[in-house]
Design a protein around this ligand. Structure first.
Ligand code: AP5
Length: 222
């Protein structure tokens, strides 16, 4: 059983690393951003409500995302743990999550410099069919504009245009960055250098997690 949170600014690589961790530990990735984008694409009442916030690069109201996460964590695939990607994002969300009585094991913070974040986000491309991530400089598809995995069309997220990216980074600093202290006080925050290749970052994460898990099982057996 492992319950993990991936923290870090937009573009830090949370989605990319969550995808690798999900395979490594066979636990689901719970991404509030993905759930909201799917609702927007399907035009559901949730999607209609979320769309205006997401398009501007600001946070969707706490009560909406808290409800989504509460429902998602009840699904049977979360019984052996999960990776939260993009939640919590405010202290109110963190407190609501604690009230769900789902004790967290580790909070990993991916640390990346701002200009690199802007470069990653403005160059990101996503498969419209399977959601696979690409980048115009760092992770090119074999055929331009086409997903390597399923042949779907690649496109840019509406909120990945530079002006909206800058706004998202401001919102992160104002509303989410203080969560680091919240988890540091609980003794479960691990800061990981998020620059370097995807595989280099993944190796650092595994090193940190394996050390933290060894200490956790040491405490349980003593
Ligand atoms: P969300 O989808 O959660 O976006 P985000 O946090 O802004 O994070 P991103 O998905 O943009 O970045 P990431 O860190 O996952 O990076 P990625 O791996 O994709 O949220 C979107 C919106 O939904 C919010 O603005 C808000 O409106 C709403 N929302 C969601 N959750 C909410 C909540 N809890 N409360 C309220 N509102 C909420 O990588 C980025 C790019 O970099 C990719 O192209 C990738 O290929 C590339 N890359 C990754 N790692 C590397 C590397 N090591 N080197 C080079 N390139 C890399």
């Amino acid at each position: 059983m492992m319950r993990l949170i991936l923290l870090g600014p937009p573009g830090a690589g949370k989605g990319t690393q969550a995808g690798l961790l999900k395979k490594r530990y066979s636990i689901p990735q719970v991404s509030t951003g993905d759930i909201l984008r799917q609702a927007v694409a399907e035009g559901t009442p949730l999607g209609i409500q979320a769309r205006s916030y997401m398009g501007k690069g600001v946070l969707v109201p706490d009560e909406v995302v808290i409800r989504i996460v509460r429902e998602r964590l009840k699904k049977p695939d979360c019984e052996k743990g999960y990776i939260l990607d993009g939640f919590p994002r405010t202290v109110v969300q963190a407190q609501a999550f604690e009230a769900m009585d789902e004790p967290l094991d580790h909070a990993l913070s991916l640390e990346v410099q701002e200009e690199e974040l802007v470069r990653r986000l403005t160059g990101r491309r996503i498969c419209e069919t399977c959601g696979a991530l690409f980048h115009i400089d760092f992770r090119l598809p074999r055929d331009s504009g086409i997903c390597d995995q399923c042949g779907g069309r690649l496109s840019q997220r509406d909120d990945d245009r530079e002006e909206t990216v800058r706004r998202r980074l401001e919102v992160y600093r104002a509303e989410t960055a203080s969560l680091m202290d919240h988890y540091a006080r609980r003794g479960i925050l691990w800061r990981v250098e998020g620059q370097g290749t995807v595989q280099e970052v993944f190796r650092r994460i595994l090193e940190v997690l394996e050390g933290a898990e060894a200490r956790r099982s040491g405490r349980r057996s003593s």
